[in-house]
Design a binder for this molecule. Sequence first.
Ligand SMILES: Nc1ncnc2c1ncn2[C@@H]1O[C@H](COP(=O)(O)OP(=O)(O)OP(=O)(O)O)[C@@H](O)[C@H]1O
Length: 601
Amino acid sequence: MTAPDTQSPAPADKPRREPMFTPEDKANIAWFWRGYLREKLPWLIVVFGMVIAQGFVYQQFLRLTESGLRVIFDSGTLRDLVVICAAVFGVFAFRGVMSYLIPRVSVWIAADAVAKLRRELIHHLMELDLAFFEHTPPAAMIQKLVGQVEGLGNFVGQTTVKAGRDIATVVIVSIYLAYQQPLLFASAAIVFPVIILTMQLVSRKVKLVQAQTENAMRDYISTIDETMSGMRTVKIAGQEEVEEDRLVKSTSRLRRLTIRRNAAQAVILPCIDFAAAFVYMLVIGGGGYMVISPAFDVDGAAIIAFLIGLVLIFDPGRRIAQFVVSLQGALVQLRLVRGLYDERAGIVDAPDAVSEFDTGADLTLDNVTFGYEPDRPLFRDLSLTFGGGQVTAIVGPTGSGKTTILSLLGRLYDPIGGTVRIGDIPVNKIRISDLRQAFSVVAQDIVIFNSSILDNIRYVNPDATDAEVRAAAEAAELADVIAERGDLPVGPKGAQLSGGQKQRIAIARAFLRDAPIILLDEATSALDQKTEDKVKRALGRLARGKTTIMVAHRLSSVIDADRIYVLETGALVEQGTHAELLAKNGLYAQLFDSQKQSYGN
Ligand SMILES: Nc1ncnc2c1ncn2[C@@H]1O[C@H](COP(=O)(O)OP(=O)(O)OP(=O)(O)O)[C@@H](O)[C@H]1O
């Protein structure tokens, strides 16, 4: 039942020597390409074409500059100069138009890819088992769906495209320069290995720090989430300083990592600048010598144009180097996002699952063995039957496994051994959606959304009419509260409601859903006696002719049940009607007596 712990440090937390692109990185890039970009191939080709065209602008500029210099030095005509100036303006105007079109198309492609990725991640999340969510902090999901996916989108739509333009410029201008001045270009090229080596070293470091930053960010969001949702406890317990301290520590960790990342990246630009200085020196010295020396047929205009070409290369070269480094960060994000697909749902429809089953039949646990941790079973060979159309209660000390039984019936978990059945059909042979459709559940953990009470009730049956929703609210004794609050939202997680009001919303949902099997887990525990009596009468009407299973601590709630099961640490210790169990004078009778004394029942 354990889902992999996504809190554990990512493998990249450990320093490791790896190439700039590991096989995993390559597989992840291929996955992203196949799933989210390939379908836009025609548009990507358009972007690619525009990027290449932009790259040619600088090459044309160089050619025109060289010609312009010759016009000036070799006293050409004014007309020649005007033509060259107009051509220079033309090529840069073209570059400007491309600069508008390329991001328009590329951001659209990336936004589509991000939206598709988000849709698929959300769909995948919804399919995962409850156990996964019990082991994964919401912050990890928020971070994936919000930050990491967005980061990937920006990287693909903007950073990569800009880098594509820069790469095209560098390659095209380099080829042009190499063609024009092979000797000078070959001598300048000796700096390339140094730049590549530096980038490799920096990339490794950046990848490592990025993985740690993602973990730190997840912890930071987690801390905010815990603090904000537990603010009532924080205030009452006077723990504001402790929480502030926790948050500040998280931000300090992020700050340290940001500085470390920047320190690693900071080496790149000086390295390129040194390389540039070396190459400029070489070209001015070597190129100057070539102009002066009669041994070479090179003029000043050619050397100046070559120098300008180098300037044109080094600027995008700096940006490409930064791109390669930020690519490492994006690869970490890609790995983390894709990692969600490694999580697989265990509770899925069987290939031969049926939709039809007798919802009024007995529900049975047959020799069920189950534990949240497989090596620590809570139930061993537990057998229980809940009569169809009858009311069955499960009682017992806290932690004895009462709620877990309800979860097994609704197939929120699968047993390790034994079978859970409805009639003759094992629940794992029924389509999950049809199975769960058969249940109305009033659980202990009630999910309330920040909308009106009526909308909260409608959540279980969005197609219900207003009259039906109001009737459910009335049955759950909520009419007064609705009259008072109107359509006001109830605050995040229902923060503006009392515990009893939230519980009545859950009960109203059960009324509205009106399913054939009713599971009540401490359904009325937060209600005062008078309201509880009224709600119970309404629940009694709702339950008529339906299978009802109720979990209750207050034993006065279960005395009318057709059958009562008494559990203790996962084992069935007694069963019978209220009268039979009192007569047995066992655990139930003891619990009942002690409650009678404390409640005066
Ligand atoms: N999601 C979970 N993951 C791991 N252990 C769990 C989980 N839910 C419950 N447990 C453990 O399983 C045992 C049975 O829990 P369960 O909620 O079924 O008891 P219960 O009888 O309903 O308790 P209570 O009366 O307090 O509601 C407890 O020891 C509990 O700590």
